[in-house]
Design a protein around this ligand. Structure first.
Ligand code: CTP
Length: 192
């Protein structure tokens, strides 16, 4: 969530279901899990410690604080790539003119993690609408992920707010494993 003023914000359709399913799966297998989470109505899975954040910058700060002592990270959040450059401290009043909101880049959490990861395991996500494989492989190498999980909005049943997903797991060693449409809990199991 990226604030425009105290009333409005820029965001996207992500609900957090995939990330919460992965956190639950990891915890059920005995991992000590910290879930750095944007705003969502979902319940915290058993045994998981949740850290609430709003903006990309908040998430970056929370992540950096904890990454050093972690064995790895799954970068599942739909982080905003841009944020209003000058959010207004007071509610913006309308006028009859068009309105322009200038946006600036947010920090790329996954790329920062990739650059400092050493031998930690790093899993990224790619949500694509076109040129899916090519885009996902590009992100895998650019952000130095060990694996990337591709899901396509072109697949019915995959994407935002659904309880199902259709993923392809791509490894840095060239592994490419497509899975059928399945519950997000099953996708989480395959990812873990
Ligand atoms: N990501 C992140 N911090 C950001 C943006 C993205 O950590 N500011 C992470 C996502 O959680 C995901 C991966 O990077 O694991 C890919 O995100 P995506 O936005 O799809 O990739 P980009 O490289 O930003 O490419 P584009 O938005 O141009 O598709």
């Amino acid at each position: 969530i990226e604030p425009i003023d105290p009333v409005r914000y820029i965001s996207n359709h992500s609900t957090g279901k995939m990330g919460y399913a992965i956190a639950a799966e990891l915890a059920s297998r005995g991992a000590q899990v910290t879930l750095i989470s944007g705003q969502t109505a979902l319940d915290v899975p058993d045994g998981v410690q949740r850290v609430d954040v709003l903006s990309a910058q908040n998430m970056f700060d929370a992540f950096i604080e904890r990454f050093e002592s972690a064995d790895g990270a799954v970068m599942c959040a739909a982080v905003a790539d841009y944020t209003p450059a000058d959010p207004s401290p007071v509610k913006i009043k309308k006028s009859d003119d068009e309105m322009v909101i200038r946006l600036k880049r947010t920090p790329d959490i996954a790329a920062t993690a990739g650059a400092t990861k050493g031998d930690k395991l790093l899993v990224g996500f790619a949500l694509e609408t076109d040129n899916e494989l090519e885009n996902a492989v590009g992100k895998l190498h650019r952000k130095k992920f060990d694996f990337i999980v591709l899901n396509s909005l072109a697949d019915p049943g995959a994407g935002f707010a659904t309880d199902t997903n259709k993923i392809t797991i791509i490894g840095k060693d060239g592994l490419q494993h497509p899975y059928p449409l399945e519950q997000k809990s099953d996708a989480a199991r395959h990812i873990v």
